[in-house]
Design a protein around this ligand. Structure first.
Ligand SMILES: CC(C)(COP(=O)(O)OP(=O)(O)OC[C@H]1O[C@@H](n2cnc3c(N)ncnc32)[C@H](O)[C@@H]1OP(=O)(O)O)[C@@H](O)C(=O)NCCC(=O)NCCS
Length: 165
C-alpha cells in the first residue's frame, strides 16, 4: 500500500492539504497541547516554522497523507537533542504512514548530527502513538501526572519519551 509513498520537504502550497487533517486532529483535543480553536494561520506559522525547524510531507497518489516536523528540543547547549511532531490523515491512519515518517525523521535527525530525540508530551491515552514510538526505540522516561485535560477521559498523564540516535 505504501509503495508509491514519497517523503519530501513541505512547501507553503502544501498547507491547505495539511490543514484539512491537522484541523480536526487539533479540534478533537485528544493528542496535542495546542488550543483546540487554533487558527489556520497560527498553525501554519508553528508547523512550517523556518530553520532550524524542518517540516516534511508524506505524499501518495492522492496527495498529502501525513506530515512531520523536527526541530532542536532546546536551544544553545541543549540543541543536540531533537524533538519532532507528527500528524497523519485520520482517514489513512493505521496504514504505515506514521511509521514511515518516524523512521525518516529519526534517520534525518541522526544524519543532521542530533544525538538523541525527545518527545516532551505524548498523551498517555494516545495508544497508537505510544505503541509506535516504543516500537521505534523510544522509552518512557517519566510521566507527568494529570498534565493533559482529555475531553472524554479527564486529566491524564503526559509521557516524556526518549531515545539515543
Ligand atoms: C500517531 C500517528 C502519527 C500514527 O500514524 P499511523 O500512520 O496511524 O501509524 P502506523 O499505521 O504507521 O502504525 C504504526 C504503529 O502504531 C501502532 N498503532 C497504530 N494504530 C494503533 C491503534 N489503534 N492502537 C494501538 N496501536 C496502534 C502499532 O504499533 C503500529 O505498528 P505496526 O506497524 O506494527 O502495525 C497518527 O495516528 C496520528 O497522526 N494521530 C493523531 C496525531 C498524533 O497523535 N500525533 C502524535 C502525537 S505524539
Amino acid at each position: 500500500m505504501l509503495l508509491a509513498m514519497v517523503i519530501r520537504d513541505a512547501r507553503i502550497e502544501d498547507w491547505p492539504a495539511i490543514w484539512s487533517f491537522f484541523q480536526p486532529i487539533v479540534e478533537a483535543g485528544e493528542t496535542y497541547c495546542y488550543p483546540r480553536d487554533l487558527s489556520s494561520g497560527e498553525a501554519k506559522a508553528r508547523w512550517l516554522a523556518p530553520p532550524p525547524s524542518r517540516s516534511v510531507v508524506a505524499l501518495d497518489a492522492s496527495g498529502v497523507a501525513g506530515t512531520a516536523r523536527m526541530y532542536p528540543n532546546q536551544s544553545g547547549p541543549g540543541s543536540h537533542v531533537a524533538s519532532a511532531s507528527f500528524m497523519v490523515d485520520p482517514s489513512r491512519a493505521g496504514t504505515g504512514i506514521g511509521r514511515m515518517l518516524g523512521e525518516y525523521v529519526l534517520e534525518r535527525a541522526r544524519a543532521s548530527g542530533f544525538r538523541a530525540m525527545q518527545f516532551n508530551a505524548v498523551v498517555e491515552t494516545n495508544a497508537p502513538a505510544v505503541a509506535l514510538w516504543r516500537s521505534l526505540g523510544f522509552e518512557i522516561l517519566a510521566t507527568v501526572p494529570e498534565a493533559f485535560a482529555h475531553p472524554r477521559v479527564g486529566d491524564v498523564g503526559l509521557h516524556v519519551m526518549y531515545r539515543r540516535l
